[in-house]
Design a protein around this ligand. Structure first.
Ligand SMILES: Cc1cc2nc3c(=O)[nH]c(=O)nc-3n(C[C@H](O)[C@H](O)[C@H](O)COP(=O)(O)O)c2cc1C
Length: 201
């Protein structure tokens, strides 16, 4: 584990105009939700930005999940971007349902309160989060389990995301995002490549 994973997170707000960058590279995320006295967290490999301004995202949330029930009941959800140190947690919260177990209690998760919607957000071990107000799209939700949300607040750990950019370095490996290959195997982001401008530009 690198030093980055152990220290307090110290998240900083991400301007909404830059929020799409947090999901642009397709990290596996943790979807958090709450309704009434219940809160929950599940893993989701399928999420993406769909609009820059206002910032909007889509996440596949299967209609069988407890998360989906809480999202529909509350009209909101959050997406937290786990770092590599949380790979076991990410796998674990994708294997059981909040219908049967309080995953926050089971895994000793400490949530911070979202600034706009009050959603439970994970910062320790995470690189970023986005609070979202659900945009009801009944056809997409029903036919494709795809839920849309408008990002109303976002924040990131400045050790890995600053000035609108991810910065993957050897000293922040435990905060680097993870991408699900299937069957519990993940690849960690980190092999950054900078494309050169085309020769005729
Ligand atoms: C790595 C990983 C990625 C997953 N991606 C998705 C996804 O994109 N959409 C989805 O609906 N379920 C996905 N799942 C499955 C849910 O996380 C799983 O059904 C979970 O138990 C639902 O929890 P809940 O009932 O507490 O909401 C994924 C699971 C794992 C382990």
């Amino acid at each position: 584990m690198t030093a980055a994973a152990g220290r307090p997170a110290g998240f900083l707000p991400v301007p909404l105009a830059q929020a799409s960058r947090l999901l642009n590279h397709g990290p596996t995320v943790l979807v958090t939700s709450a309704a009434g006295d219940q809160r929950n967290v599940m893993a989701a490999a399928w999420s993406m930005p769909v609009e820059f301004s206002p910032p909007r995202i889509a996440v596949v949330i299967d209609k069988q999940t407890h998360t989906r029930r809480l999202v529909e009941a509350s009209g909101q959800f959050a997406v937290c971007v786990p770092g590599a140190a949380l790979v076991d947690l990410t796998w674990a919260v994708g294997q059981c349902s909040g219908r049967e177990v309080d995953k926050f209690a089971r895994h000793g998760l400490v949530a911070v309160r979202g600034p706009v919607l009050g959603l439970p957000l994970l910062e320790a071990g995470c690189a970023a989060w986005l609070e979202c107000r659900r945009l009801p799209e009944p056809h997409a939700e029903d036919a494709y389990d795809t839920c849309f949300g408008e990002v109303v607040a976002a924040a990131a750990d400045p050790r890995i995301f600053a000035d609108g950019r991810w910065d993957f370095r050897p000293d922040n490996a435990d905060l680097q995002t993870v991408h699900h290959l299937g069957g519990g195997r993940f690849v960690r982001a980190g092999g950054t490549l900078q494309a050169r401008p085309p020769a005729d530009a």
